[in-house]
Write a protein that binds this ligand. Structure first.
Ligand SMILES: *[C@@H]1O[C@H](CO)[C@@H](O)[C@H](O)[C@H]1NC(C)=O
Ligand SMILES: *[C@@H]1O[C@H](CO)[C@@H](O)[C@H](O)[C@H]1NC(C)=O
Ligand SMILES: *[C@@H]1O[C@H](CO)[C@@H](O)[C@H](O)[C@H]1NC(C)=O
Length: 321
């Protein structure tokens, strides 16, 4: 089941009070989500891994699994249900803008989210046996875009290294020294923080595939890996400058969409962005939202609302499992 966290951001300086559900109308929905469950993104995974590549067939490495497809479709179904009145019965391609990071798992996730929100209406049914219709979506091949700052921006990389090297973080990492030594011995990886992050990611994907965890990875160990993953997320936006680098371009995009909405040729009802966990974590943290682990399919919805007072409000919701 989805867990929902709701946060309000007041865009206007309305003489405001807390809005009641009937006090506002949805005018635009924007959603950004992490792709669904996938196989490990690196192969070979870690030296002592009992699972080899044959366990990831027929998907391949870093690819969306069937469970991931179901989860992605559920994001779409959730959006369809939540915004049924707003999205209405009629579908037109220009109601939707869908953009994906240029990675297979993201593009596939986006297609499935679209399939969940917009199954063919009666008029648009083109094959009785297939409850699906194609949708336009945009990618920018190999782009250095607003969803890839963390991976591709060298100026941001410098800030990241400063954080890693800071005495505060070094002190934190020291307190995990025994654990890092333990997982390094167990996995055959070198002893450092990035080992823990890689292991978390690999093991989480193996869990999703229902592969039994190796003996050294007890529930307690996995929880500790999660804790370190959470630390990694928090480090992404450690300083205000880092927040600006990684969350700024996403927020700018959302606000531009909001401003251009209802202008002459803009009939958009919904914008969809298929991203990775770092983008989602950065966006949430830049707003001081506390989100637990940004797991597969974690979704942030950014709603433009019109109040009865005719002011514009933004409500942000975070969906996690
Ligand atoms: C992968 O592991 C399976 C089961 O442990 C084994 O049967 C298979 O031979 C291995 N494949 C390769 C290519 O090593
Ligand atoms: C961080 O520390 C490492 C060595 O510990 C050093 O190589 C690197 O230049 C440092 N980076 C920054 C940005 O201070
Ligand atoms: C988030 O918290 C920090 C520290 O308390 C504060 O400086 C900042 O203004 C907050 N940001 C938002 C968007 O509320």
């Amino acid at each position: 089941m989805f867990q929902i966290f709701t946060f309000w951001i007041l865009i206007t300086y309305a003489t405001s009070f807390i809005l009641q559900p009937n006090d506002y109308k949805v005018e635009l929905v924007q959603a950004i989500f992490r792709h669904g469950d996938r196989t490990p993104t690196i192969y070979p995974t870690y030296p002592t891994d009992p699972y080899n590549a044959s366990f990831y067939e027929p998907y391949g490495i870093g690819q969306l699994t069937n469970k991931g497809k179901q989860r992605a479709y559920m994001i779409g179904a959730m959006l369809k249900k939540r915004y049924a009145d707003f999205l209405g019965e009629i579908y037109k391609p220009d109601y939707v803008y869908a953009y994906s990071r240029d990675l297979d798992r993201n593009k596939m996730t986006l297609q499935l989210v679209l399939a969940g929100i917009f199954p063919p209406t009666l008029q648009l049914t083109w094959n009785e046996k297939i409850y699906w219709m194609p949708h336009p979506m945009y990618i920018n091949p190999n782009a250095f875009d607003f969803l890839s700052v963390i991976m591709k921006c060298s100026a941001y990389g410098k800030l990241w290294h400063q954080v890693i090297n800071s005495s505060e973080i070094q002190k934190k990492l020291k307190s995990h020294k025994d654990f890092l030594t333990y997982i390094s011995k167990s996995s055959g990886f070198p002893t450092d923080f990035s080992t823990a992050i890689k292991l978390y990611s690999i093991i989480r994907s193996q869990m999703s595939l229902d592969l039994p965890l190796p003996d050294w990875c007890t529930n307690e160990v996995f929880e500790k890996l999660e804790e370190l993953m959470t630390l990694q997320y928090s480090m992404l936006t450690y300083t205000n400058d880092m927040k600006k680098f990684v969350a700024g371009p996403i927020i700018k995009r959302f606000l531009n969409n909001l401003k251009s909405h209802k202008s002459k040729d803009n009939n958009k009802k919904i914008y969809l962005y298929s991203a990775n966990d770092y983008s989602i974590a950065a966006f949430a943290q830049a707003h001081n939202f506390t989100v637990p682990i940004v797991d597969y399919g974690c979704t942030i919805i950014f709603e433009k609302l019109r109040g009865r007072d005719n002011q514009i409000y933004v409500r942000v919701r975070v969906f996690a499992y």
